[in-house]
Design a protein around this ligand. Structure first.
Ligand code: HEM
Length: 404
């Protein structure tokens, strides 16, 4: 059975991934016609090897009825404009715009607003004295707050953007050529194009100015700008939900949660905890599909032109050859060697922002003396192997005053 068929909602899936990486660096999933690479160092090599390229699966729409052919063709064309599904000069040009707009320097002001947000929100949850829905009452509002600062939009417009992004993700992850999902995604596409038009017409933030530059770039244009908006919205929401939830589960399970009372945690300590959460949480357990354009010699294996490859980021993060005691949660100097954001030309441009969101949460927990305790048995994870999604968690938020 392929590792992609395992149920990741129960049991210790991290041990499963770590063992699979130890047993063999390369697995073949015959049913899906995918080569799975699970070893840390090999994945790093492949992420930098330009014989492996990103792209949508080449699809023939001829078998589809004429009525829905245009629908799926339009959606496929839009998706092929997303950075993660593109490569070559188009991709490089998109990244040039996105990289600078999402750099730590450009986002300094936005990031400095996240700590105060957490410092207000966490104690308020603590005052309730009852169990709290962590995803609904803290994580999602925190992400919405961050995105509303990035795009300078109000809650209504952000809600429209997020619903549109979700409809597109449901189409991508749903059954192939599902007409109903396709129709909803097509409506969502119109919303995204309209909203991207507003964002770029009178750009209110540095990031919106980058979107406007994409829309005005003669080699790109308004549709690529809408594609960037779609990928940023969806790229932020789902993985960040996972890591901000695992951020309170993993340290607790490792016996490392707890607050000595209000204090300022040293930035190094905070960053190591953030990196260790990212190493274990790794929402994208596998990369997007890589297409092999020329044979690649991997020693015991050979990738052949035309094959499709998935790079196992989560298994790489638990690989005992790279991380001593890989399965144990123990913030340390090597925690930042994780591949949770990928590497190379497709490395996540939002890595700095996502990392800062975790840093600011941990920093605020230290300064406010708040400890977040997961309620036993309330954590629910989805079965899916490719994407690690957490769907529910109840917590108790406790506050130490630090008074003797
Ligand atoms: C914890 C949160 C996040 C995780 C774990 C994550 C992870 C990743 C990974 C692994 C990739 C590369 C996929 C591959 O190589 O196949 C990626 C790409 C991308 N991410 Fe993120 N991401 C996160 C948050 C964000 C945020 C906050 C943004 C934007 C503000 C963002 C925007 C993007 C974009 C645009 C790409 C496509 C890059 C390209 O293909 O050139 N992500 N992300």
């Amino acid at each position: 059975m392929s590792i992609l068929d395992q149920d990741f909602s129960t049991g210790n899936f991290r041990a499963l991934l770590g063992e699979a990486a130890q047993a063999a660096p390369v697995h073949i999933d015959h049913e899906r016609r995918r080569v799975l690479i699970l070893e840390h160092d090999l994945i790093r090599r492949m992420l930098l090897d330009r014989r492996l390229v990103n792209g949508r699966d080449r699809t023939s729409f001829d078998e589809l009825p004429a009525g829905t052919r245009d629908l799926h063709n339009t959606l496929d064309r839009f998706l092929s404009l997303w950075p993660v599904f593109s490569d070559g000069p188009y991709h490089q040009r998109m990244r040039a715009h996105l990289n600078s707009a999402l750099s730590a320097h450009r986002l300094k002001e936005l990031i400095s607003a996240l700590g105060p947000y957490c410092e207000q929100a966490l104690p308020r949850l603590g005052e309730r004295g009852t169990a709290v829905d962590w995803l609904g009452e803290f994580v999602r509002p925190y992400i919405e707050h961050t995105l509303s600062l990035l795009f300078a939009v109000d809650r209504d417009r952000l809600g429209r953007l997020m619903s549109a992004g979700s409809a597109i993700i449901e189409y991508i992850t749903g059954a192939r050529f599902d007409d109903e999902l396709g129709r909803r995604a097509r409506l969502a596409l119109d919303v995204l194009i309209e909203e991207a038009g507003h964002l770029t017409a009178g750009p209110a933030t540095g990031f919106c100015r980058a979107l406007a530059a994409i829309a005005e770039d003669p080699e790109l244009g308004p549709e690529p700008a809408a594609a960037a908006v779609a990928q940023i919205i969806t790229g932020t929401l789902d993985p960040t939900m996972t890591v901000l939830t695992e951020a309170v589960v993993l340290p607790f399970e490792a016996g490392l949660a707890g607050s000595p009372g209000p204090s300022a945690a040293p930035p190094d300590t905070v960053r190591r905890e953030t990196d260790e959460v990212l190493r274990h949480a790794c929402p994208f357990r596998f990369s997007s599909v890589r297409h092999v354009t020329a044979d690649v010699d991997l020693g015991a294996h050979r990738l052949v032109a035309g094959q499709k490859v998935l790079l196992g980021f989560a298994a790489a993060n638990l690989d005992a050859r790279t991380f001593h005691g890989g399965l144990t949660f123990r913030p340390g100097a090597d925690s930042n060697r994780h591949l949770t954001f990928g590497m190379g030309p497709h490395r996540c441009p939002g890595a700095g922002l996502a990392t800062a969101m975790l840093d600011q949460l941990f920093g605020a927990m230290a300064t406010t003396g708040v400890t977040v305790i997961p309620v036993d048995g309330s954590l629910v994870r989805s079965r899916d192997a490719i994407f690690s999604r957490v769907t529910a968690l109840k917590v108790r938020v406790l506050r130490e005053t630090g008074e003797k």
